[in-house]
Design a protein around this ligand. Structure first.
Ligand SMILES: *Cc1c(COP(=O)(O)O)cnc(C)c1O
Length: 219
């Protein structure tokens, strides 16, 4: 079941990469396991997946003991990070994809662990969305450069939801231009329904939940 879905996702990635003239190994599949139990992470690891994404610090804290020893597993935090949870997040995760304020960056740095981070950029006007305004990027970059333990590797975004991938594409293009402007190598963009468009626009990390694990409503 999971193996079949993984095969399908893998084929989609390879087709999109080929269409864009990109190599498969430029793209990291981050399996989004929020809501699902730790056993799902173990099953996915057994099939060869190594990068996992979670949205809630507390939820992952409860799964962590069962997955911490999986060899080579890397855990990405992709949810909204409150500064009062940052220290704990720094202990549990390898990559924090959603830094969106200098205060969060400082708190992560204070944890004293080497971390890779991305800045989450808010490219739509939706008030409910988290992420940094593109105008705030210089300030955030400065806070990250002043940190001792954080290595800024790229930008992440989540376009307004639409089941039509072409609606996401202009947001992916904008994120890519911002990453070029600030010379950042990685782009985390694209989910189950639109990752082909993201790969065509340069995604280095795609975050895929539903296409691998099914609907979260039945988890
Ligand atoms: C849940 C989630 C995903 C995965 O979405 P799917 O549509 O299930 O693939 C990706 N990124 C973030 C930030 C998420 O919260």
């Amino acid at each position: 079941m999971l193996q079949d879905r993984l095969n399908e996702v893998e084929e989609r990635i390879q087709r999109a990469a080929a269409k864009a003239g990109r190599r498969r190994d430029e793209i990291t599949l981050v399996a989004i396991t929020k809501v699902f139990p730790a056993s799902v992470i173990q099953d996915a690891w057994a099939l060869g997946l190594r990068d996992f994404g979670e949205n809630y610090v507390q939820e992952f804290e409860s799964k962590h003991p069962e997955v911490a020893s999986l060899d080579g597993a890397r855990f990405h935090f992709v949810g909204h990070l409150q500064s009062n949870k940052a220290r704990r997040a720094a202990e549990l995760f390898h990559v924090i994809e959603t830094v969106d304020a200098p205060k969060v960056a400082r708190r992560l740095d204070e944890a004293g662990r080497p971390l890779e981070v991305m800045i989450e950029v808010k490219l739509s006007g939706e008030p409910s969305k988290s992420g940094a305004d593109p105008a705030k990027l210089p300030e955030l970059l400065e806070a990250l450069r002043a940190s001792r333990n954080l290595r800024l590797i790229g930008l992440m975004t989540m376009p307004p939801w639409s089941d039509e991938p072409e609606v996401s594409r202009p947001y992916f293009q904008r994120l890519r231009r911002l990453a070029e402007e600030y010379r950042l190598p990685h782009l985390s963009m694209g989910m189950s329904h639109d990752f082909e468009a993201a790969i065509e626009e340069g995604a280095t990390h795609i975050r895929v939940g539903t296409a691998l694990f099914g609907s979260r409503k039945h988890a």
